[in-house]
Write a protein that binds this ligand. Structure first.
Ligand code: NAD
Ligand code: TYD
Length: 369
């Protein structure tokens, strides 16, 4: 990557990881420029990046990664020397009920982005420093049993429509590298948690339900294991890979914090109760309900991050309990944000600020210069 004058196209920058990454990049690389392309689906909230509107290094483009014309326009009007591709449909349960949106954004959208990036890279004389960083998931590897870890060479074996669409996207990214030489890199990370995560995912959902005294639905018997990665640690890994990763290489990024879902939910109950000063007889653990299991529910994810640790010197800096505590604090301290994402009020903000039909509605063109 060229230092100082780098211009990075981030896709999905108004989502959970994207908004944390955009802020992380602007804070840690002063002078760099970020162009954030986001369709503002239900998961994309401009309020996640509140305060950056007047930052001269930040440009927001409201649009869809499937819009080839818009992508061509963006690459033509900015000297982009890196792409960090985060835009996706990201929720497994939604993918079970509506897989086609996942095929469209995660597979077609990734291919359109690859095609536009390749064209621009060629036009600019194929600079060696260009990077296309595709952010993927450990879910492409399927499920582990009680033992063992995913590494970069683990065979793909996705279970859900979500993970299948991410696996397909990964294959296309590799194809664009091997066939056309595009300097692309893939990261496969474990479950993230932290501020600005949409409350459909386990951790924010349980924090908010526990705080509000609502039931805590645990799928199956709660013994499924996830390897939790604090979003700030992930952002640091992404920037490191962008700057120092080798084209054609894959890096697995795990938090090294395996927990069963039931352990996570119990911890959240304890942390929320402590903060709200609840008495033992008011304990939120009593709200836990074991509900019907998710179809195709992967038992266990766990990553061996040796490669990124030894080659790039990365390691997670946050331990699970304290970062979970910070996450609980963030959700309890930001009721306005919670209210706006739940009510969809931010969609009115989008309509007012971008003067167009909302993404996902009929005939939304998703194009904003
Ligand atoms: P998210 O759902 O919070 O955000 C996704 C963002 O992409 C939203 O801002 C949305 O508006 C945008 N988007 C969706 N479709 C789009 C389209 N067609 N064009 C442009 N923008 C579009 O997701 P997240 O949790 O931040 O995940 C980001 C990336 O990281 C995804 O690619 C996901 O697969 C990957 N990932 C996430 C996790 C996790 O635990 N959250 C773990 C591993 C990998
Ligand atoms: P989730 O946050 O949806 O992430 P992923 O499916 O990508 O791992 O779910 C994390 C784990 O928590 C997963 O094993 C499913 C489980 N889960 C529940 O038990 N109850 C819930 O309400 C949700 C949303 C998830």
């Amino acid at each position: 990557m060229e230092d100082e004058k780098s211009t990075i196209l981030v896709t999905g920058g108004c989502g959970f990881i994207g908004s944390n990454f955009v802020r992380y990049l602007l804070q840690n690389r002063p002078g760099w420029k970020v162009i954030n392309l986001d369709a503002l689906t239900y998961a994309g909230n401009p309020a996640n990046l509140a305060g950056l509107e007047d930052d001269p290094g930040y440009t927001f483009v409201h649009g869809d990664i499937c819009d080839a014309g818009l992508l061509a326009e963006i690459f033509a009007s900015h000297s982009i020397n890196g792409v960090v591709h985060l835009a996706a449909e990201s929720h497994v349960d939604r993918s079970i009920h509506g897989p086609m949106d996942f095929v469209r954004t995660n597979v077609e959208g990734t291919c359109r982005l690859l095609a536009a990036a390749l064209k621009s890279w060629r036009r600019r004389g194929e600079p060696e420093s260009f990077r296309f960083l595709h952010v993927s998931t450990d879910e492409v590897f399927g499920s582990l049993g009680p033992q063992g870890f995913f590494i970069e060479s683990t065979a793909y074996d996705p279970s859900s429509p979500y993970s299948a669409s991410k696996a397909a996207a990964d294959h296309f990214v590799r194809a664009w590298h091997r066939t056309y030489g595009l300097p692309a890199i893939i990261t496969n990370c474990s479950n993230n948690y932290g501020p600005y995560q949409f409350p459909e995912k386990l951790i924010p959902l349980m924090i908010l339900n526990a705080a509000e005294g609502k039931q805590l639905p645990v799928y199956g018997d709660g013994s499924n294991v996830r390897d939790w990665l604090y979003v700030d640690d992930h952002c640091r890994a992404l920037l490191l890979v962008l700057e120092k990763g080798r084209p054609g290489r894959t890096y697995a990024v795990g938090g090294g914090a395996e927990q069963t879902n039931l352990e996570v939910v119990r911890l959240i109950c304890r942390l929320v109760d402590e903060r709200l000063g609840r008495r033992p007889d008011q304990a939120s653990q009593g709200l836990i309900r074991f509900v019907e299991d998710r179809p195709g529910h992967d038992l266990r994810y766990a990553i061996d991050s040796s490669r990124i640790r030894s080659e790039l010197g990365w390691r997670p800096r946050h331990d699970f309990l304290s970062a979970l505590g910070k996450t609980v604090d963030w959700y309890l301290d930001n009721p306005d944000w919670v209210e706006s994402v739940r009510s969809g009020a931010y969609r009115n903000w989008i309509a007012a600020n971008y003067g167009r039909r909302l993404a996902g509605e009929e005939e939304a063109s998703g194009r904003e210069p």
